[in-house]
Design a protein around this ligand. Structure first.
Ligand code: ADP
Length: 209
């Protein structure tokens, strides 16, 4: 059987624990079954946090959100290059986050949010070159539920009042950004299989399956 070639980029956005990995794996299985060539790309992985902290400490760089932004932009650029190469080879790329998370954070929080919006757009262009996904899904999950899932998955982050407040704000800004940018908002609190069916119905329609 000859693999199917299709240049298509699908991005998944949502806070940690919202179910992106779970849905991406289910969608990939469905696409693989239909013999599409697929690739998952992801910039952010847990081990980087430790490596970044060590790097900043070694070179006596302030451990603030601007420093992290530059480091993450290198990873975003790598994700972009992998994504473009796969698209050019006729893959459907499933991106575990794309530029959306970058915009939501830097337009609303940290030092960049206090400067001109164009700075954020320009920095984004350097990494993602304004490549827009064909579809973007936002898995919308209240921060408290996402936190409980992260704890169940073995993470040990704290959820004090300040953190709750921050995550609530990110959650709200993310929904607003989704609306402005035509993302498909999915209720991420539904059962895993229900969400997968909703996503698959929309993706298969777009692909003409
Ligand atoms: P993310 O990639 O967004 O951080 P994951 O897909 O890793 O999220 O999901 C986080 C945890 O929540 C996992 O343990 C996963 O099994 C669970 N999970 C994912 N989706 C759901 C859902 N719809 N309902 C309940 N638990 C879920």
């Amino acid at each position: 059987m000859v693999p199917k070639s299709k240049r298509f980029l699908i991005a998944f956005e949502g806070i940690d624990g919202s179910g992106k990995t779970t849905q991406i794996i289910l969608l990939k299985e469905e696409l693989d079954r239909l013999l599409y060539q697929t690739l998952i790309t992801k910039a952010k992985k847990p081990s980087q946090e430790t490596a970044f902290k060590k790097f900043l400490k070694t070179f006596e760089i302030a451990s603030d959100s601007l420093s992290y932004m530059f480091l993450y932009q290198a990873l975003h650029r790598k994700q972009f290059e992998k994504t473009v190469a796969a698209l050019e080879n006729g893959n459907i790329v499933l991106a575990d986050r794309w530029s959306g998370s970058f915009f939501v954070y830097h337009l609303n929080f940290g030092p960049l949010s206090k400067g001109p919006r164009e700075h954020v757009a320009l920095l984004n262009t350097l990494a993602f070159e304004n490549l827009k996904p064909d579809m973007t899904f936002l898995l919308d999950v209240p921060p408290q539920i996402a936190f409980e899932r992260r704890v169940r998955r073995g993470e040990t982050d704290t959820f004090d009042a300040d953190t709750v407040c921050f995550y609530e704000a990110v959650h709200e800004k993310c929904r607003a950004f989704a609306e402005e940018n035509g993302w498909i908002v999915i209720d991420g609190t539904l059962p895993i299989e229900t969400i997968h069916r909703q996503i698959w119905d929309m993706v298969s329609e777009k692909l003409g399956q």
